[in-house]
Design a protein around this ligand. Sequence first.
Ligand code: CA
Ligand code: CA
Ligand code: CA
Length: 226
Amino acid sequence: MKRLFYTLMFSVLSVLVNGQFTVMTDITSSILYAEESSVVVFYDDFETRADNTILAGQGLWVQEINSMKTNDNAGDMRVNPINSGVENITYYNETFDGDHYSQIVVDEITQFAWVGAAVRCQNGSGDAYIYSSDGTDCRLSRVINGTRTDLDATGTAFSVTDVVRLEVVGYNLYCYINGSLDTAIDGDGIYDDSASGSKLDGGWAGVEGRGNTSASDLDDWEGGNM
Ligand SMILES: [Ca+2]
Ligand SMILES: [Ca+2]
Ligand SMILES: [Ca+2]
C-alpha cells in the first residue's frame, strides 16, 4: 500500500450540487494521510439544513440506523445524536469508492453523548465502522445491525475543535486526530480488520453519535475517496 506525504491545497473549487452542497472550499492543509486523497470531496457545514430536524432526508443524507439531528448554536448549525444507548448513523448518498474517509470537526463534547465519523455505512442495514468519543473515552468500532463491537476502546478522547478523520483502505482503518494518527488505537492508529468474519466491504461515509442531547455536536463534515 502506498503511503504518501501530501500537501492538499485547494483554493477556489466551489461547486454547488443540488443547490445546497458544496464540493470543497478554501482548504489548506499539510497532513500525512494513508493515501493521497482524490481532489473531489464532499462537504457539509449544515448551514442550509433545517434546525432541530432529523438529518436524514435533508439533501443527500440517508439514515443508516437511528437518527442524527440538526441544532442551531447561535447561528452555527451542527448535528448531534438523539437516541440514547444506540448508534445513530447517517450517511451521505454520493458515490464513494470502497476505500474512502469521513472527517468531522468536534463542536462540543461531553460524557453525555458520543460523536464520531463513520465509514462503510451499508445502505440502511445498520452496519458501519465508527471512530467516536464522548470527550472522556474514545473507541474504534464495527457496528453490525446496530450492535457495536469495539475493535479498540482505548483511543485518545476528542476535544472541542478537533478534526477527526477515519479512513478505510482495504480492511485497514486509519484513525486521525488533527492530522496525526491516534497511536492509542492498536499501537499505531491503524487497525487491520481483515481477519474478521464480520468485516465490511464498500459503502458510504457519514456521521455517527450516541446519546440524546445536543451536549455533544459535530460540524463541518467532509468525506471522499482515497
Ligand atoms: Ca455549521
Ligand atoms: Ca495497528
Ligand atoms: Ca461549527
